[in-house]
Design a protein around this ligand. Structure first.
Ligand SMILES: Nc1ncnc2c1ncn2[C@@H]1O[C@H](COP(=O)(O)OP(=O)(O)OP(=O)(O)O)[C@@H](O)[C@H]1O
Ligand SMILES: O=C(O)c1ccc[n+]([C@@H]2O[C@H](COP(=O)([O-])O)[C@@H](O)[C@H]2O)c1
Length: 201
């Protein structure tokens, strides 16, 4: 008797995560639930080439914060593919590397917020992206959620509980000696304090 197994459904949540916050975690959790994903892998960027104009926190700190924030969820994991690859981070490379690692029969779902979704046509090799993964765009306060101009059938828009949190605001709050409790997981507040991150805006 032959057994037929369903292909694995893998969510991919790419981000700079400087720092990771509850907006990221809620978006990933909602998409995991509604798309019946077996796992969501968080992929911190190595060199985010479109985030110019400020110094990004060292990759190892962003990686460790992502591990701390996701550790308690059994279907969340963290990948080093982008931080271990030299040069600017392109999602086309992320998806190729994950496909090689997880196998061709794994279905990839790239999870992105409305702001990032609106920029996809400026990403490297954007035509190929839609052959490698299905894209899931999530609502984000202050950004319109629209798939206009993107290939039909390759992008799904989902409404997630809106959290008006950004990494920029978290960094500014720390620099201004304002609290970030409950905007980020407790362990992230403690890690930021321990490492003295973001004291200068
Ligand atoms: N509050 C949020 N709700 C939904 N999606 C979000 C939210 N914050 C970030 N995202 C999405 O998570 C992904 C990674 O975001 P990123 O790490 O750049 O965080 P950010 O808060 O946008 O950072 P920054 O303020 O430094 O630009 C992007 O696809 C982004 O759209
Ligand atoms: O592939 C690209 O050219 C590209 C350009 C900008 C952003 N991205 C990806 O989009 C995700 C969110 O990026 P960011 O810069 O908003 O943290 C992250 O996985 C990035 O690698 C990808």
């Amino acid at each position: 008797m032959s057994s037929v197994s369903n292909p694995k459904r893998l969510g991919v949540m790419g981000g700079t995560f400087d720092p990771i916050h509850h907006g990221h975690l809620v978006a990933a959790s909602e998409v995991q639930h509604w798309f019946h994903l077996d796992e969501v892998v968080f992929v911190p960027t190595g060199q985010p080439w479109q985030k110019t104009g400020r110094d990004v926190t060292p990759a190892e700190d962003r990686y460790l914060m992502t591990v701390i924030a996701t550790a308690s969820n059994p279907v969340f994991s963290v990948s080093r593919v982008d931080i271990d690859r030299a040069g600017p981070t392109y999602t086309v490379d992320t998806l190729r590397d994950l496909r090689a690692q997880y196998g061709d029969d794994t279905e990839l779902f790239f999870i992105t917020g409305a702001d990032a979704l609106g920029q996809i046509l400026s990403w490297r090799d954007h035509d190929e992206l839609f052959d490698l993964a299905h894209f899931v765009g999530c609502t984000r306060p202050g950004h319109d959620l629209s798939a206009v101009g993107l290939p039909e059938g390759k992008v799904t828009l989902v409404e997630v509980p809106a959290l008006a949190i950004s990494s920029s605001e978290c960094r500014q709050r720390v620099a201004g000696d304002e609290p970030i409790w409950y905007l980020v997981p407790d362990g992230i507040v403690q890690y930021i304090n321990k490492r003295g991150l973001y004291v200068e805006a």
